[in-house]
Design a protein around this ligand. Structure first.
Ligand code: COA
Length: 531
């Protein structure tokens, strides 16, 4: 395959400026991630440790294979929401390896309001289950949760995708042969109790693990019965009498060792579906991405420089390089797995949309997974573009993305505006994973366009307004768009599966692709046709 050549000059002022800007963003990301791990709850962490309990990430470290990677998802969920009472939404989700099997781990953080679930916690839990379902991963639940966080119950309990959905998912996944294993590590109340009760196998740790549909306060309120937590739902009761737990152990370490034995004896199928080739590193260092990608999406650059740092050997079989040049399409390998890349290189015109549609169909026909690298302000507008049929051509691309049955992955590497978000496989188009870089922006349009549009609408509408009022509106819109298009705002609301640093992208994608390798290929749903 042809090799991509770089034109980057590491000594240039542009490279140095981009590097400084992206390094500052990466530092901000790490600072916020470490706040999630231990911020704002010193007393709660101390009490947790004093009770002889392990912190949530130590639990995960203890159960996964030594030195294996753990891909944590949506670390910054709920960031900046709920008065900062819910770091990480009080739940850790991610993919780890146990006895060589990739497992979705869903673990409550009891140092965050007793592991109770805020609306974003429920969303994060359900998103993790969705990823498990699509990638056929067993689920391990490390349960330490008081159920719903009651003050926000109207946004987490009754709706279609609220708490009930997580139990529905557990039942469906167990039916589909995806093992559901729970370890009970704290006071698991109400919803927290149904997680183990609906699992295939349950381990409980004596002294700390408790399961009850209603804890002592609820029992007191409902029946005026006074009973202590251990008597009501302790490990001995559930292992020797109720049978809700299958195995009681004395320590957390013993619990994780028992979990590992369960996975060792799963009889888990390991056949692969992709034509994997030996892995080779890119010719150019992925860390150079920080010097290549400008933090201002309005500054253009050649996206091939990004591709050259993501793919094996920087080998890229480009498709239709001379046509629709504002989109780059082509075949490559990442960590040995085949991938079809669709990457923005400017605004989307009719030709770019048609080329992308053709390429998506090729990938679908060949069973090659698709990677979308989003950096677009959307489809071209204006009389000329409309005459050329941008609406129908853009729609072809959107339809191809929606119908493609191959695994799809999206990384927001810059702007993600308007229908460009859809055509480039935004969240609504169900990519298997969607990650964002710290420099990305996501909104219906840029703040500059939004303020112009809204002021013009107001000026020509019934309400009108003085110049002063219009200026105030303009400032308000700009501020709103700038706040809401920020990647930290987006990740807090689960619009992605996490913010990753550019230099981590290749390895993260490699792990994601390795999951798809085990899932049988869905049949191609449409034939290749020329546009
Ligand atoms: N909703 C809202 N807040 C809750 C809560 C809930 N379901 N459960 C606990 N909290 C809060 C507590 O008020 C406390 O907040 P504070 O630190 O601001 O005072 C914090 O979470 C920690 O709770 P605490 O009881 O001090 O921690 P713990 O580790 O000793 O016990 C539980 C944790 C979850 C076992 C215990 O709080 C409990 O049983 N809660 C009730 C659970 C319940 O009834 N759920 C019903 C859901 S439908």
């Amino acid at each position: 395959m042809p090799k991509l050549k770089t034109r980057i000059d590491r000594a240039s002022a542009d490279f140095q400026r981009n590097h400084a800007d992206n390094t500052a963003l990466a530092e901000l990301l790490r600072e916020r991630q470490s706040w999630v791990v231990s911020g704002n709850r010193e007393r709660e962490i101390r009490r947790h440790l004093d009770r002889g309990k392990m912190l949530v990430r130590d639990r995960i470290n203890c159960v996964v294979d030594p030195c294996s990677p753990f891909l944590e998802l949506s670390t910054l969920a709920a960031f900046g929401q709920y008065d900062d009472q819910s770091p990480g939404a009080g739940i850790v989700t991610g993919i780890g390896m146990i006895h060589g099997i990739h497992v979705m781990i869903i673990a409550n953080d009891a140092t965050v309001k007793g592991g109770t679930l805020f609306p974003q916690s429920v969303e994060k839990h359900i998103r993790a289950q969705r990823i498990a379902e699509e990638n056929r991963l067993p689920c391990l639940y490390l349960v330490d949760s008081g159920g719903a966080f009651l003050p926000t119950q109207d946004r987490s309990f009754p709706g279609k995708d609220h708490f009930g959905k997580s139990f529905f998912n557990q039942c469906q996944m167990s039916t589909a042969g995806l093992p559901q294993i729970s370890v009970v590590l704290g006071g698991c109340t109400a919803g927290g109790a149904y997680v183990p009760a609906l699992s295939d196998e349950v381990i409980i740790v004596r002294g700390i693990g408790r399961i009850f549909l209603g804890g002592p306060p609820i029992v007191k309120a409902a029946l005026k019965e006074i009973v202590d937590a251990e008597t009501l739902g302790g490990a001995e009761l559930h292992t020797y009498k109720s049978g809700v737990s299958d195995l009681m152990v004395d320590t957390e370490e013993q619990a994780y060792s028992a979990v590992r034995s369960i996975f060792e004896s799963l009889n888990w199928p390991r056949q692969n579906t992709f034509d994997r080739r030996p892995v080779s590193a890119p010719l150019y260092d992925p860390e150079e991405l920080s010097g290549i990608v400008p933090t201002d999406y309005k500054v253009g650059y050649d996206v091939r420089e990004v591709i050259a740092r993501l793919v094996d050997g920087s080998d890229f079989q480009e498709f239709k390089p001379a046509y629709g040049t504002t989109i780059v399409t082509g075949f490559a390998f990442i960590h040995g797995y085949p991938i079809g890349i669709v990457a923005n290189n400017g605004i989307l015109f009719s030709e770019s949309a048609l080329k992308a549609t053709h390429f998506i169909e090729l990938c679908n026909q060949r069973g090659t997974p698709l990677l979308f690298l989003q950096n677009t302000t959307g489809y071209m507008v204006g009389q000329q573009a409309e005459e050329a049929g941008i609406a129908k051509d853009g729609a072809k691309m959107v339809a191809a993305v929606a119908c493609a049955t191959v695994p799809k992955y999206t990384v927001l590497i810059g702007a993600s505006f308007g229908a460009g978000n859809y055509g480039m496989c935004g969240r609504g188009f169900e990519p298997r994973f969607l990650f964002a870089w710290p420099n990305s922006k996501i909104a219906t349009m840029s703040s500059e366009t939004a303020e112009t549009v809204l002021v013009d609408i107001r000026r020509s509408g019934l309400k009108g307004g003085t110049e002063e009022e219009l200026e105030e509106l303009k400032l308000g819109v700009r501020q709103q768009y700038e706040t809401q298009s920020d990647p930290f705002y987006a990740t807090s609301r689960l619009w992605d599966d996490g913010i990753i640093e550019p230099g981590q992208t290749r390895d993260v994608l490699g792990l994601c692709l390795s999951l798809a390798d085990r899932v049988p290929r869905a049949p191609a749903r449409f034939r290749v046709f020329r546009m």
